[in-house]
Design a protein around this ligand. Structure first.
Ligand code: CO8
Length: 259
């Protein structure tokens, strides 16, 4: 499969695949084709047993500066409804393997939402996060009002969404939006390091654990707790659970088999 707006790396590191947004002149603005390409690449990586974690990144200047405003400008509500771009986002949300966003520069609008759709975010000191849609007469449409609010709380989310102000990487880390801030020359390496760490675990346990954490976003506490419990019990049907616990008891490193 060849792509126009992304570059894919089947082996960014052992067992770690990479997707690089590649529209640098437009600050990686997310047009429909680019989002479709991310969806297809993720589906391929998700189906590949040799891959255990995925890193999505842009370049030093921009992770992504939002949805492609030029592509959207002339559209009306009926066009937007018929294009149904969010089915692509829903499909990305269903990726079973963990996805880490490595963010440098702008992560704005749909770019911030794409980073938040990932499971963890590593940022460079130069990263800026924002939901500036209000400045162009709209509002976040790909989860910005929901995921951002759950991550940083009402006060800060309101401020970002209603003023369009950006926050720095350090502020984003303090607010709980992102995992780590590192110097710009290290942000991709750090994201890969985190992905490698996750890749060492049992893939089945990782899949169910990811699903369960995401469930906390999608449901009330009680429903989420039942979902978590079911997945927790299910892991006791795996060889990796036996291996993991036995290795602990025997004071050795586990060898997970994805079974
Ligand atoms: N869409 C299209 N083109 C863009 C975008 C964008 N979001 N952002 C930047 N570009 C283009 C610029 O037009 C410019 O192109 P050209 O040279 O042809 O004029 C090029 O990228 C470089 O940008 P600038 O010259 O503006 O660079 P600056 O360093 O001066 O400014 C900024 C950088 C501050 C990031 C500025 O470009 C900016 O404000 N961009 C728009 C940010 C924004 O409003 N994002 C939100 C968009 S709306 C949105 O995301 C809705 C999400 C819900 C749906 C999600 C579906 C994907």
């Amino acid at each position: 499969m060849s792509y126009e707006f992304i570059l894919t790396h089947a082996e960014l590191a052992p067992q770690v695949a990479g997707i690089q947004l590649n529209r640098p002149r437009e600050l990686n603005a997310l047009n429909l084709q680019l989002m479709g390409e991310i969806k297809v690449a993720l589906e391929q990586f998700d189906a590949d047993d040799s891959i255990r974690a995925i890193v999505i990144f842009g370049n030093e200047r921009a992770f992504a500066a939002g949805a492609d405003i030029k592509q959207m400008a002339g559209r009306n509500a009926v066009d937007m409804l018929k294009i149904d771009q969010f089915s692509t986002w829903d499909s990305i949300r269903r990726t079973k393997k963990p996805i880490i966003a490595a963010v440098s520069g702008f992560a704005l609008g749909g770019g911030c939402e794409l980073a938040m759709l990932c499971d963890m975010i590593v940022a460079s000191e130069t990263a800026q996060f924002g939901q500036p849609e209000i400045n162009i007469g709209v509002m976040p449409g790909a989860g910005g009002t929901q995921r951002l609010t759950r991550a940083v709380g009402k006060a800060r989310a309101m401020e970002m969404v209603l003023t369009g102000n950006f926050i720095s990487a350090e502020e984003a880390r303090e607010a709980g939006l992102i995992n780590k801030v590192v110097p710009v020359e290290l942000y991709l390496d750090e994201a890969i390091k985190l992905a490698r760490k996750v890749a060492e675990k049992s893939p089945i346990a990782i899949q169910l654990a990811k699903e369960s954490v995401l469930k906390a976003f999608d449901s009330g506490l009680q429903e989420g707790l039942f979902f978590e419990r079911k997945n927790f019990y299910m892991l006791f049907a795996t060889e990796d659970q036996k291996e993991g616990m036995n290795a602990f008891v025997e004071k050795r490193k586990p060898e997970f088999k994805n079974r």
